[in-house]
Design a protein around this ligand. Structure first.
Ligand code: DAH
Length: 345
């Protein structure tokens, strides 16, 4: 009985220390009550001393007092430690594990966006930005896409109200710029855009860069020159560019632009003889839409279509990043895995 009691009393110390190590300021008091309270573990063992032979009591009593003092001391230390920690005045402890600062890196979308914008800024384009929550007027109507126009189906739209939506492209910045300033003007508008689709190759949010130049007698060959210079600055001087006729309601004529495939250098087959996945064996990858500003758009924003001409283009930033950095899966862009992001530092 005596030995058992001494053993149980001494065992309280490590149990108490363990409980304190797990405690924070909010449960410190509960731990104290559990061990040192009137109905706590120590009190229970001390009550059991009543059943001891009288000659054993002094010895067990000394152990009990020592244990009690030790528990009080531990509790005091723990309380001070937590209070200091809360105030942020922890003394330096050389035994603490080293604090390794977590160094971030620019996301590949940000990097390529900055690179593309820098090239265009050197050509004289000025960067502008505007709202992601747009009106139907700026996103569609002024871009020659009236309600019910079949081309609205090309962009599955996230509506907020009937007339307010999340912009489906950066093209509304053409409208905002032309309403706010008089030509000549040359702007680029990078930013987020939103569409109601989500699958392996589409995310509900992605990035575009819009370009718009309005001046006297602007020509399609100038558009071609600007875009070729842009692609070659970003992907290298040997990259080729081709225009394919296309349709956008806000440009006439319109074109889609392809560049020679970065992976197979436009050959459609890899050195190993396998067909190229990136361009599906064609040697070309589509990178943007463009065209000459439709006179109907000029009319909507009060610019005389007889006096002014312009070109516009819109490119997908994630797509450019995938080609530039060889990223095969769009989902990686949005997983927020810092190991992925740091590879592009
Ligand atoms: N806004 C179009 C889209 O998101 C891309 C585009 C095409 C922009 C032609 C333009 C343009 O400025 O001229 O699909």
């Amino acid at each position: 009985m005596k030995t058992q009691l001494i053993h149980d009393l001494e065992a309280l110390v490590p149990r108490f220390a363990e409980a304190l190590a797990k405690a924070d300021a909010s449960d410190l008091e509960a731990v104290r009550v559990q061990f040192l309270g009137r109905k706590g573990s120590l009190a229970a063992l001390m009550a059991a001393m009543g059943g001891l032979d009288p000659q054993d009591r002094p010895e067990v009593g000394r152990v009990a007092n020592a244990v009690k003092a030790r528990l009080a001391e531990l509790w005091q230390q723990c309380q001070e430690h937590l209070a200091q920690k809360a105030q942020g005045t922890m003394p330096f402890d050389a035994g603490d594990p080293a604090w390794v600062p977590h160094v971030g890196a620019l996301h590949p979308t940000t990097r390529i966006q900055q690179e593309i914008c820098a090239v265009l800024q050197r050509m004289g384009f000025e960067t502008v930005s505007g709202p992601e929550v747009e009106t139907d007027f700026h996103n569609f109507e002024a871009l020659n896409l009236p309600p019910g126009h079949p081309a609205r189906d090309m962009q599955d739209t996230l509506y907020i109200t009937e007339r307010v939506l999340l912009r489906t492209h950066t093209s509304p910045m053409q409208v905002r710029t032309m309403l706010a300033r008089r030509p000549p003007l040359a702007i680029i508008a990078p930013g987020k855009v939103y569409r109601r689709d989500s699958d392996l190759t589409h995310t509900p949010m992605f990035h575009q860069i819009e370009g718009l130049l309005v001046d006297r007698q602007v020509t399609m060959s100038q558009l071609r020159g600007v875009l070729t210079a842009l692609v070659q600055a970003v992907f290298g001087a040997s990259t080729r560019v081709r225009f394919r006729p296309s349709f956008f309601p806000f440009t006439e004529p319109s074109a889609e632009v392809d560049m020679s495939c970065v992976l197979c250098a436009g050959r459609g087959v890899l050195d190993c003889g396998e067909g190229c996945r990136v361009c599906k064996g064609t040697g070309w990858v589509e990178i943007l839409g463009c065209g000459m500003v439709d006179p109907a758009v000029f009319a909507k924003v009060g610019i005389d279509p007889e006096a002014w001409t312009g070109f516009a283009f819109g490119l997908g930033v994630e797509r450019m990043a995938m080609l530039k950095y060889g990223i095969g899966d769009l989902r990686l862009f949005f997983e927020n895995d810092s190991r992925f992001v740091r590879q592009f530092a």
